[in-house]
Write a protein that binds this ligand. Structure first.
Ligand SMILES: [Mn+2]
Length: 333
């Protein structure tokens, strides 16, 4: 832990009266758990502080197992929200403004003091304090170290939240970046009473329409060839238009989960990606790769970002045309 930054973050929190914490669009376990855990810790430090967790999108029902507090996450429009009464914004698990606001056209307010804690590559957010650890498997891992540094008492609930974040971003312990140390952290969290069964039960639980959606995506997978860093590579990919996607009547896309489960596991390929037109003319991409291939670089060329082996991007335009464009970019990375 960078002690100096740890101290500066604690100091800024102590000085603030009204604090905002974000949950990113397409909220996942790491994002929600990070926000809930941080709120709880601040309340532990000083119960008089006002804390509001905000999200640009409605949170899926699936996350309600993380506790009552999930219901208090406020859905806001970042372009019209009044930030003036808040004196600190804790930005967790997001590497660019649009990963907080939900739109490339909406930027973070300049006037409010900001602290960023994140584990994505190339964090671009302008903030007063930035604690970035690209080696961490989840933002929750960084928070665990931060809270330990502050000598916070980690109870059963807090341990469960932190473990849930790690479970989510490693797809149930498949993608640790530092296996030895991260398993040790899991061991510590279990010793603190983290509810492993609760997380397991909720992680592996899908609606029928989601399973059908997954099946349709898998059915569409193709293998193609391209070049990455002048090396011949094979990749698997599939695309689904908004019209087709709509038929499943899903509340959230589940696209990254489909990518997590299968893309990097296909023997014949080096990487893979899924294209989903979530809204008319708004295509969302999820990349997953094997160890050697850096898909964050490919995603960055498409205006996105992420981690070396798991990245994403959103592109706007007519579906068929954009799919062609994306393939061009991917094939010549
Ligand atoms: Mn994360």
């Amino acid at each position: 832990m960078k002690r100096n930054k740890s101290y500066l973050i604690l100091k800024a929190i102590r000085e603030a009266k009204k604090i905002l914490i974000n949950v990113h669009p397409h909220a996942d376990l790491d994002s929600i758990s990070s926000a809930l855990a941080f709120k709880k810790v601040i309340e532990q430090i000083d119960s008089k502080k006002k804390i509001l967790i905000v999200s640009p999108e409605v949170i899926k029902e699936d996350f309600s197992f993380l506790g009552e507090e999930v219901k208090n996450i406020k859905v806001i429009n970042f372009s019209s929200f009044d930030f003036s009464s808040f004196d600190l914004f804790l930005i967790l698990d997001a590497s660019s403004d649009d990963r907080v606001t939900g739109s490339k056209k909406i930027f973070l307010p300049k006037s409010i003091k900001k602290i960023v804690v994140d584990h994505h590559l190339n964090n671009r957010i302008v903030a007063d304090i930035k604690l970035i650890n690209e080696e961490a498997c989840a933002t929750c891992e960084i928070l665990f170290k931060l809270f330990s540094d502050w000598q916070i008492k980690i109870d059963r609930y807090l341990a469960t939240l932190i473990l849930a974040g790690m479970v989510g971003d490693t797809v149930f312990f498949r993608y640790f970046s530092d296996v030895k140390n991260q398993w040790k952290m899991v061991e510590k969290l279990l010793a603190l009473g983290a509810d492993f069964d609760l997380i397991k039960k909720n992680f592996f639980s899908y609606s029928f329409s989601f399973v059908k959606f997954l099946g349709e995506f898998l059915r569409r997978l193709k293998i193609d060839e391209g070049r990455v860093n002048d090396k011949k590579t094979k990749f698997a990919w599939a695309a689904m238009s908004f019209t087709d996607y709509q038929q499943f009547g899903l509340l959230s896309t589940g696209q990254s989960f489909v990518a997590d489960l299968f893309l990097a596991a296909i023997k014949e390929v080096d990487f893979g990606f899924l294209i989903l037109e979530k809204e008319k003319n708004k295509l969302s991409l999820s990349f997953r790769s094997k160890e050697e291939i850096n898909v964050a670089e490919i995603a960055q060329r498409l205006g996105g970002g992420g981690h070396k082996n798991a990245a994403g991007a959103t592109v706007e335009g007519e579906f068929e045309k954009m799919v062609e464009e994306i393939l061009k970019v991917v094939k010549s990375s």
